[in-house]
Design a protein around this ligand. Sequence first.
Ligand code: BGC
Length: 684
Amino acid sequence: MKKDIIHLLALTAILLWSSCCTNKVKPVIEPDKDIETRIEKILSGMTLEEKVGQMAQITITVIQNNDKDGNPQWIPSMLDSVITKYKVGSILNVINEQAQTRKLTSDMIKELQEKSMKELGIPCLYGLDQIHGASYIADATLFPQEINVAATFNREHAFNMGEVTAYESRAALNPWSFSPTLDLGRDQRWPRLWESYGESEYLQAEMGKAQVLGMQGDDPNHLDAYHMAVCIKHYMAYGVPVSGRDRTPSSVTDIDMRERYFEPFKECIQAGALSLMVNSASNEGLPFHANYEYLTEWLKEGLNWDGMIVTDWADIDNLYTRERIANSRKDAVRLAINAGIDMAMIPNDWQFCIDLVELVKEGAVPMSRIDDAVRRVLRLKFRLGLFDNPVWDLTQYEKFGSEEFRQKSYQAALESEVLLKNEGEILPLEKGTRILVTGPNGNEMRCLNGGWSYTWQGDKANDYTAHFNTIYEALRREYGSANVRYEAGVQYVPGFGKWQQENWSEASIDRAVQAAKGYDVIVACVGENSYCETPGNVEDINLSQNQKRLVRALARTGKPIVLVYNGGRPRIINDIEPLAKAVVNVILPGNWGGDALAALISGRENFSGKLPYTYPRYINMLSTYDYKVSEVSATMEGVYNYDARIDVLWPFGYGMSYTSFEYSDLKVNKANFTSEDLLEFEVK
Ligand code: BGC
């Protein structure tokens, strides 16, 4: 009897504990009752096939081609398969794989929505990678890349970028973007470093939150026609592959994962982020797409977040074909959906739909999991207002491509370019200075923009940007065309897939050297051509040998060199940096980056950018600002006589201006203190 009572008490205690614990976290977004009621009503009338269709996302190239005149069109039979038969709820990607006008994009998306509403009574969710502005809409306002926005250390620019991106995407009927990127760029070899806000989780989180608020506004339940849903990505630790190559495994401990890599995602979710994309790779042997703990426990339960989780490109398949933790494509679907994936970026066929229906019928995926996923998909569509307005009034976007937006981008570019060296105060260059501009980055809009600019690899950017100024063109405007000449020396080979190829010869370098003799200053523009994702992997993080050869030859003229670095990640330049009097890192400043540089070099504006990453000096000394004290030790005495040190070219946060600062008289109000005390510091 006594034992029974004890059992009963114990059971009651467990029940009380578990009910208080499952509900203990307040929902991160307070649900809207009306939306929830409408979701339940729709869900209760849906077949399994309809539900599974909502969890599927297909790429646009499956359902679109060109007519005989080269104009994009839907393929009716494929639309019937995708929308009518498989009831697919989401389409991604840009028409014809390159930025299209607002008009063309919106005309086609309108037809897609009409089809979806007619066949399913549910709007289609159209997602694009609008990465630094509405980068897939021609004539939209492109901003500097996220890495530059980080270099401003100014949240306002992240907010502006988000707000303008949303406005101009909505103006083309696109309500959902796969941005912002919150990967901590902590490995300088990694080809996607520039897509994020740099190496610090604090900077990343602060900038990310500002961008989320700019894109979504402050009511995540009801976005208006000027705001769009974000998809924060790539959850998480994507930027620290052990190999330094894209989409390869990381090896992060749980503590680091929680305290560092989770942090920006958590902060953005708390700011209202409505959807999230998962890291393609794996950590300590387990792919993120199959990680129940990270997807379901940390995000959905731990934060009590009712947003939607989408895979990255083909990443359910990859559990079978690349990661090999599933024994078939179908088994991969089981693993991913049970781990907490709500939508599959399949993206090329509809086998996912067939497999998932079977898995539910076989009892391998519970119906409750499907319902949870579909609720999240429908909720996102409701929050975007798509059920009531699958298309909206496109005459209300008079600020599209406006001067107001342009100014915002220009200002961000201006604050993002980093002055790293200015020996003998060679900068600013006074009016009338005769300048030779050289190097492969001196006359290319493509390089200023980087990847995700009009196309995935950014390789067609020059076709869209003739009306913008390259560095050379901007310097001509600043100093007068008679004073500025361009002689490339080394040039990039244009075209898709060739970003690492360069054209040069002894003769082309010599032409630049001879030209330099007639000028006062050499502005040598070096760095990288545009690239994106895995194609951006490099074998050697050194700046290309051709470009180094060019700078060395120029230095032999004795003319002062201003080295302008323009690229997505810091390439090693320790051997040519001493040859330059000044160094400016413009990173990837976008369409107004050349104009901003000219204004800064002439002193019309002052530098204020700071490095958002650590610039390494040596290949075998890649580091971040928060390395462990144990990584630096004095020379050990005795037989070994070794030392361990960290020696970087420029640390995270470094950046000069034309103003000199001096400080003195540092004082603190207490000499003895405990951890409870508040200290006050004073400095002149
Ligand atoms: C990238 C994502 C992107 C997706 C859709 C993937 O290859 O990793 O960042 O959002 O493609 O284009």
